[in-house]
Ligand binder design. Structure first.
Ligand code: AMP
Length: 282
C-alpha cells in the first residue's frame, strides 16, 4: 500500500474506488474499505483519504482535539484492502493562491434544521472538501456511510446536481453507501467515541436504545417522544431527536413512506449522532 500526498501523485489513482475519511479509523471505516475493495474487484485502486478538514469544524476545540493517529490508520487501511492512502496536507487541499469554491448547497443541506442548524457552516465545509477530493482523485466510485445520514443525502444531491450542470466534471461517478457498524451494545462506531469517559460511554448507550424503542412506533410524535424520554433518562443532552422523510429529511405526518429516526446528543462534552430507519406502516 502506498501513501500519497500531492496532487501529482493523486493522478496516479484516478478512476479509483474512494473512501473519504478524517482518520482515527475504526471498524466502520474498515467495512467501507472492504466494500470499496469488493467493488474495485482488483481492477481499480482502492483509496482511503485521511484528512481532518478544517473548514467543516464549526468549533475550533472540536478540530483541535479530533483524534489523529496516521501510523495506526495506515495499518488499518492496508488490512482492510486499501491500495493507497491519500493523506494530503492542508495546502494541497486548499492551495493558498487558488481558493477552493464551496459548491451550491442542495436543499437537504440547508432546510431540515438538523446538522445544518446545529453546526452552522459544517455542510459548506463538507461539500467543499468532498468536491475538492473528487476533483483531485477523479474516482469512478466513492463510498459514504449511513452513519452520517444527512451528509450522505447532501453528497448524493451534490453529485446529481453536478451531473446535470457540468456533466464532464465527475462523469459516471457512482455513490455507494455502507451500513452503520456498531459496538456490541449498539453504539455506532465513531472516532469521537475515543473521547468519552467511562461514565459518558455508558450514557451513550441511550442513543441506539432510543432509536430501537422508536423503531416500531405507529405515529411520528410517539416516536419522537420515546426518543427524547430515553435520551434524557440516560443523562444525554438532546440537540434533536426526530423522525423525518428519509431522503428530503423534512418533517412527515405518518410512517407510510421510508423515514429515518435521527438523533444528535451531547454527553461529557462530546457530540454524538446516529440514525436508523423507522418501520413503514401501509
Ligand atoms: P469520518 O471519518 O467520521 O468523517 O467518516 C468517514 C466515513 O465513514 C463517512 O462516510 C462516515 O459516514 C463513515 N462512517 C463513520 N462511522 C461509521 C460507522 N460506524 N459505520 C459505517 N460507516 C461509518
Amino acid at each position: 500500500m502506498k501513501t500519497i500526498r500531492t496532487e501529482l501523485e493523486a493522478r496516479e489513482v484516478h478512476g479509483c474506488v474512494l473512501v473519504p475519511t478524517m482518520g482515527a479509523l475504526h471498524e466502520g471505516h474498515a467495512a467501507l474499505l472492504r466494500q470499496a475493495a469488493r467493488r474495485a474487484a482488483g481492477d481499480r485502486p482502492v483509496v482511503a483519504t485521511i484528512f481532518v478538514n478544517p473548514t467543516q469544524f464549526n468549533e475550533s476545540t472540536d478540530f483541535e482535539r479530533y483524534p489523529r493517529d496516521l501510523d495506526r490508520d495506515l495499518a488499518v487501511a492496508a488490512t482492510a484492502g486499501a491500495s493507497a492512502v491519500f493523506a494530503p496536507d492542508v495546502a494541497t487541499v486548499y492551495p493558498p493562491d487558488a481558493p477552493v469554491p464551496v459548491p451550491p448547497l442542495p436543499l437537504v443541506a440547508t432546510q431540515p434544521g438538523l446538522e445544518d442548524r446545529h453546526r452552522p457552516g459544517h455542510f459548506a465545509g463538507v461539500a467543499q472538501v468532498v468536491a475538492r477530493l473528487l476533483d483531485l482523485l477523479r474516482p469512478s466510485a466513492a463510498v459514504f456511510g449511513e452513519k452520517d445520514w444527512q451528509q450522505l443525502q447532501l453528497v448524493r444531491a451534490m453529485v446529481r446536481d453536478a451531473a446535470a450542470a457540468t456533466p464532464d466534471r465527475w462523469p459516471d461517478l457512482e455513490i455507494l453507501t455502507g451500513a452503520t457498524i456498531r459496538e456490541s451494545d449498539g453504539l455506532a462506531m465513531s472516532s469521537r467515541n475515543r473521547l468519552l469517559s467511562e461514565e459518558a460511554r455508558h450514557a451513550a448507550r441511550g442513543i441506539p436504545r432510543a432509536l430501537q424503542l422508536a423503531h416500531s412506533a405507529q405515529h411520528p410524535p410517539t416516536a419522537e417522544r420515546l426518543m427524547r424520554e430515553t435520551l434524557e433518562a440516560h443523562g444525554l443532552e438532546v440537540e434533536y431527536a426526530v423522525v423525518r422523510d428519509a431522503e428530503t429529511l423534512l418533517p412527515i405526518g405518518d410512517f407510510r413512506s421510508p423515514t429515518r429516526g435521527l438523533i444528535a446528543a451531547r454527553v461529557g462534552g462530546v457530540r454524538l449522532i446516529d440514525n436508523q430507519p423507522m418501520t413503514v406502516w401501509r
